[in-house]
Design a protein. Structure first.
Length: 179
């Protein structure tokens, strides 16, 4: 079962270098390049960071601690941009989605998601519903078109894996109903 917090009590996060670049690094290329890098051809891959320009490059997605270390460094450069660039909690909702899930700021989203899994799960349903509660994602789920839902929700790179996860979860749920 995926939980919204690690055993150390900190919220699960995934720091996305390419999003931090989009939100802050483009205007601060020199500083960004001293501490972060990613594959420009496949920006969702090869995420690395280092605390100082002379330190060895480290993998961002190695484990929970490495995610938080990279995120904390990014916060020291621009707190808001760093929060916009993380996927938060059990549902891994990107910070830049804060207005879609009804938050006034990414700081409010971060604070709420840091306090409870309930906020995280409600946020996920708000994200699926969209601003009008009639999103393409919700329509795809109603039709049990998990491939379309996953492509809309997670992007092309993760769609097949996520669609299969949804099918597996639905089958498990249906098996429970039969008991």
């Amino acid at each position: 079962t995926r939980r919204g917090f690690d055993s150390d009590g900190r919220m699960l996060i995934r720091f996305e270098n390419q999003i931090f670049f989009d939100k802050w690094g483009q205007a601060n290329v020199g500083k960004f390049n001293r501490h972060f890098r990613f594959d420009l051809d496949r920006p969702w891959q090869s995420h690395q960071w280092r605390p100082t320009p002379d330190a060895t490059w480290r993998e961002v997605h190695e484990d929970h601690n490495s995610e938080w270390q990279a995120f904390t460094l990014a916060q020291s450069l621009d707190d808001t941009a760093a929060k916009l660039a993380i996927a938060m909690g059990a549902p891994q909702i990107m910070g830049f989605n804060y207005p879609v899930i009804g938050h006034l700021s990414v700081d409010q989203m971060f604070a709420d998601f840091s306090t409870s899994e309930q906020h995280q799960i409600i946020g996920f349903f708000d994200l699926i519903g969209g601003l009008t509660a009639d999103s393409r994602q919700l329509d795809a789920l109603r039709r049990q078109d998990f491939d379309s839902f996953a492509a809309l929700q997670y992007g092309g790179q993760q769609a097949a894996r996520q669609a299969n996860n949804l099918r597996r979860l639905l089958a498990a749920f249906q098996a429970l109903q039969e008991k």
